[in-house]
Design a protein around this ligand. Structure first.
Ligand SMILES: [Cu+2]
Length: 382
């Protein structure tokens, strides 16, 4: 807020008018002023949204019309989430609006949270400058009947049905929803182009794999399903310049019934897999970026596990699903001194933003002595 007050002060001084009634965020660079026009109702995740901005020349300021708009600037937009390390940036497309100086950016935000929008602007005959805006994106709104159409979708191959007990050649394609075309170019996120996450509908069983793409854009991997039932298949991908997104589809598997019991009682551990016993700590605040801290002990000695190996470029991997499977959180620990200090105590912290109250299943993965271990937790977020 303080930055804003300063900017406003500068604007008042410049424009010489005392009745500045604008409350849109504004950035000033030399003689240029950029106003970011966030819609009054706010910005929601999971829908394409057009946000306008206006580029103005403060030296051409008409008493009645205000500052003159600057048309024909070259603009590049990028969006990032500073709180989510390693998330690929998105480069949303820019277009001009009917009014000189008015531009529009077509955004798509995969989930709610704090985003940073960088506009690199080169006015005609001027120097490139950067206008940075913080943007609070709200969680997706409920759809009024009908299905939400996302810019991309995840298609599953299947003419064939998956059966328990034999490896099923799962084939996946990312399709552009509008054109129906198969997407073949992706940005890398956390060392992989495609993070495949599969869970039984009850979230008792979980798989995290990385399929390989064939030249026609089909991602292929063999999956051994453990029991009959419905499975939720998630692809975490970043079509080039579009940022990370998690797309979901469903798959039916036939064969023997599950032997596991479904249990949604809150459970923060201790949970043991392989040589590690993990306990979940940290405070979750709904709708806020919260820190989940995993305490890792050697399963035999009870000593803190301080020698974790890198898994996908970080000291762990965290996937959280809401009970209905519709909300997901994918997180990796940040790198840096704070992480190293925690690691020395056998702890790993993840940033995660839980959108709403309810039950969630969290699958944390860590690697030690060349083995990836998976820990299942159940959260009751109130
Ligand atoms: Cu992955």
């Amino acid at each position: 807020m303080r930055t804003w007050a300063l900017t406003l002060g500068a604007l008042l001084a410049l424009s010489g008018t005392a009745s500045w009634a604008q409350d849109n965020p504004t950035v000033k660079a030399g003689k240029y002023v950029v106003e970011f026009r966030v819609p009054e109702e706010g910005v929601f995740a999971q829908e394409e949204i057009d946000i306008e901005f206006r580029l103005m020349d403060s030296t051409m300021n008409d008493e009645i019309l205000g500052m003159a708009g600057v048309p024909n600037a070259a603009v590049k937009a990028t969006t990032t989430m500073p709180e989510m390390p390693g998330m690929p940036e998105a480069k949303p497309p820019i277009h001009t609006e009917g009014v000189p100086g008015d531009y529009g950016v077509t955004f798509f935000f995969p989930h709610g949270g704090k985003y940073q929008v960088d506009l690199k602007i080169t006015p005609p005959g001027g120097q490139e400058f950067l206008a940075k805006f913080d943007l609070n994106v709200k969680d997706e709104r409920a759809t009024k009947g009908g299905k939400r159409v996302l810019p991309y979708r995840l298609d599953l191959n299947n003419g064939s049905t998956a059966k328990v007990g034999q490896p099923f050649p799962l084939k996946l394609q990312i399709k552009d929803s509008k054109s129906g075309e198969t997407v073949k170019a992706f940005d890398i996120a956390h060392e992989k182009y495609f993070h495949l996450l599969i869970a039984s509908k009850d979230f008792e069983w979980f798989l995290h794999e990385h399929p390989v793409m064939e030249p026609d854009g089909t991602w292929v991997i063999n999956v051994a399903f453990p029991a009959e039932g419905e499975y939720l298949v998630y692809g975490d991908v970043a079509p080039v310049g579009k940022g990370s997104m998690i797309l979901m589809n469903k798959l039916k598997v036939s064969g023997e019934k599950p032997t596991w019991k479904v249990n949604w009682t809150a459970n923060k551990g201790p949970v043991t897999d392989g040589t590690i016993t993990a306990t979940l700590g940290g405070d979750i605040q709904i709708g806020r970026m919260s820190q989940l801290v995993f305490d890792l002990k050697d399963a035999t000695t009870g000593q803190p596990v301080t020698q974790l190996e890198q898994y996908l470029g970080a000291h762990g991997h965290l996937m959280i699903f809401s009970q209905d499977g519709m909300s997901t959180v994918h997180s990796h620990p940040a790198s840096g001194k704070a992480t190293d200090d925690l690691l020395a105590q056998g702890k790993v912290a993840f940033n995660a933003r839980i959108p709403k109250a309810g039950k969630y299943r969290a699958f944390a993965q860590f690697q030690r002595d060349g083995k990836i271990m998976t820990f299942k937790f159940t959260l009751d977020v109130k």
